[in-house]
Design a protein around this ligand. Structure first.
Ligand SMILES: Cc1cc2nc3c(=O)[nH]c(=O)nc-3n(C[C@H](O)[C@H](O)[C@H](O)COP(=O)(O)OP(=O)(O)OC[C@H]3O[C@@H](n4cnc5c(N)ncnc54)[C@H](O)[C@@H]3O)c2cc1C
Length: 538
């Protein structure tokens, strides 16, 4: 019965959307693009502008953030209907005063540039070799940045964090936090660890809950780094061979399995300047092992019906990562809801075109695909490498180009997933991008129950945006890195850099948290708290 209802509502939605789209010029452009086969497609085929949003921009007093100072100029300061930052009471209703004070304090300290610079200097200094000093520094970090940005030291603590998120209407993307493995032995260890800790973490989120189905809903995705299951040298070799095959149609890769388009004409090919040697028997064997490891993690995750999302890395190894992602997609994406998601980095000039080609390729093969959309985290190393080789950088020349590309990719995928099976994770801290995606999703009637769209941000970041999207009725997840303090230190250092300075991305959070704390204090000391209001908890 539920299935029939689902089918009826899906058909209904499709016909509504078809009618709604009929008048949209951008959709006509998009449809025209769709008719082009993926082999012949070029950047021209990818929608050049995001579809106009329903609510025209106006100025709002509470959109106080400089968060998007460098954002695209579409709809800046728009008084949209997605976020209501005026009502901080509703925004932070699920956050205890203690947690709010801790978060506001940590973010305010993180905004003090000299303080962060000093901390970074201390952490990287030889003082950390002195036992007692190290213990004091690590304890301080544990109670500040670590508890703010990291979900827990182990699966038990992380499970509890997921449960707390669930209670406040959010879900968790469990991130194993393991980065690169260099040989088969460390990949095997990583796989064991990943498969075990992933499922344990999912199970542990259910502590105290008797409802198994509900328990599984609390974890929306398991994040996987292919660099932890396949030695990096092999990812490089496979990427080289894939590039050469794309450029030379007579060049054959006997080990290559069914895949989707990995490159576009505009993709960077400078990593592979001469014909690479074929994979040796040992390398082919290692590749087989890598498939098996990815399979082990997927199987373990799918036992709990939790999809996996595969992270993106730098362009030197990303072709191999995309290849493995598509291999797993063909293996596991059997129903309307994809179980394997890849990642597209919108800061890359070829991102839109590659996304378009992969999606069209998937449609042709009847394969539902899911993508996490990010801006990208390797900008300086990408630019540095391109500069050192004297070639054009693969990263957009301006931040605005990246913003536009991100918004176009999100609009394209939303158009796609509303019409046919597939999924999108809008992974960003950028308010404007989230707003545009949310407005479009709302036009299409995509809500948190549709399993087609999830917003995602890092744990401890963009809290106002997170709660705003939740209040607006969308599925929202927090990316949850976990592990002992030593293991997650590089991650913490990246967060420290990101939140540094008064104009950092945490600006809006700091302002709104302070405003809400003031409101609660006033309510408590002024009129006294009414029953059921946000109590001031220790
Ligand atoms: C849930 C989640 C998962 C993620 N997974 C991955 C992943 O798998 N792989 C990965 O690489 N990253 C990943 N990231 C990190 C992501 O790529 C970004 O580094 C980070 O989220 C900041 O981007 P933003 O969308 O939040 O945008 P913003 O807050 O707007 O920040 C964008 C930043 O990028 C700078 N920038 C972008 N393009 C340019 C340009 N062309 N020129 C100059 N500056 C530019 C801007 O100045 C700004 O500082 C993930 C992030 C999240 C939230």
């Amino acid at each position: 019965m539920a299935m029939i209802n689902k089918d009826i509502s899906y058909t209904l939605l499709k016909s509504i959307v078809r009618r709604a789209n009929a008048a949209s010029p951008s959709t006509l452009r998009f449809r025209q693009a769709q008719r082009t086969t993926f082999n012949a497609a070029t950047t021209k085929d990818f929608p050049q502008e995001p579809r106009p949003v329903a609510n025209p921009p106006t100025t709002t007093a509470t959109d106080t953030s400089n968060n998007n100072d460098n954002n695209n100029n579409n709809n800046n300061n728009s008084n949209d209907k997605i976020f209501d930052f005026d009502d901080t009471k509703a925004l932070f209703a699920s956050v205890s005063t203690g947690k709010l004070m801790h978060s506001a304090a940590t973010l305010n300290v993180a905004a003090m540039e000299p303080m962060v610079d000093l901390s970074l200097w201390v952490i990287n200094s030889r003082l950390m070799d002195v036992g007692l000093f190290r213990a004091v520094v690590l304890t301080t970090i544990k109670h500040t940045a670590y508890s703010h940005f990291v979900a827990g030291a182990d699966t038990l603590e992380t499970g509890q964090t997921v449960r707390r998120l669930w209670e406040s209407g959010l879900r968790g993307i469990v991130d194993y936090g393991l980065e690169h493995a260099n040989d088969n032995e460390s990949c095997d260890k990583a796989t064991q660890h990943l498969a075990r800790s992933g499922s344990t973490c999912i199970i542990r989120t259910g502590l105290g809950s008797l409802n198994y189905g509900l328990m599984l809903l609390k974890v929306s995705f398991v994040a996987v780094k292919v660099t932890a299951v396949c030695p990096v040298y092999l990812l490089r070799r496979v990427s080289d061979l894939l590039r050469w095959e794309y450029k030379n149609s007579s060049f054959k890769l006997p080990w290559k399995q069914q895949s989707l388009p990995i490159f576009a004409e505009t993709s960077p090919f400078y990593h592979t300047l001469q014909q690479p040697a074929p994979l040796t028997a040992d390398e082919e064997h290692d590749l087989e092992l890598a498939y098996k490891r990815l399979q082990t993690i997927c199987d373990k995750s799918f036992e709990s019906n939790v999809p996996v999302v595969i992270d993106a890395e730098d362009t030197s190894i990303q072709p191999a990562i995309d290849y493995m992602t598509y291999w797993a997609s063909f293996k596991y994406n059997k129903s309307k809801t994809p179980m394997v998601y890849g990642t597209v980095q919108a800061y890359l000039k070829d991102a839109g075109e590659r996304l378009f080609l992969a999606k069209k390729g998937a449609d042709k093969a009847g394969l539902p695909v899911g993508f996490k959309l990010v801006r990208g985290a390797y900008m300086s190393s990408e630019r540095k490498l391109a500069h050192s080789l004297g070639v054009e950088s693969p990263v957009h020349n301006t931040t605005n180009d990246t913003h536009n590309c991100y918004n176009r990719c999100a609009a394209f995928m939303l158009d796609e997933v509303c019409m046919r099976p597939g999924g999108l994770i809008v992974a960003t801290h950028n308010l404007e991008s989230a707003k545009l995606a949310a407005q479009k999703a709302r036009e299409y009637g995509i809500t948190k129950d549709s399993q087609k769209l999830e917003f995602a941000s890092l744990y401890g970041m963009s809290e106002a945006m997170t709660f705003g999207l939740r209040n607006a009725g969308f599925g929202v997840s927090k990316y949850l890195p976990f592990g002992p303090i030593d293991q997650v230190m590089p991650y913490l250092l990246r967060r420290a850099e990101e939140n540094k300075g008064l104009l950092s991305s945490s600006n809006l959070d700091r302002k709104l948290m302070t405003k809400e704390l003031r409101r609660r204090m006033k309510a408590y000391f002024g009129k006294g708290m009414k029953e059921g209001e946000n109590q001031i908890k220790p």
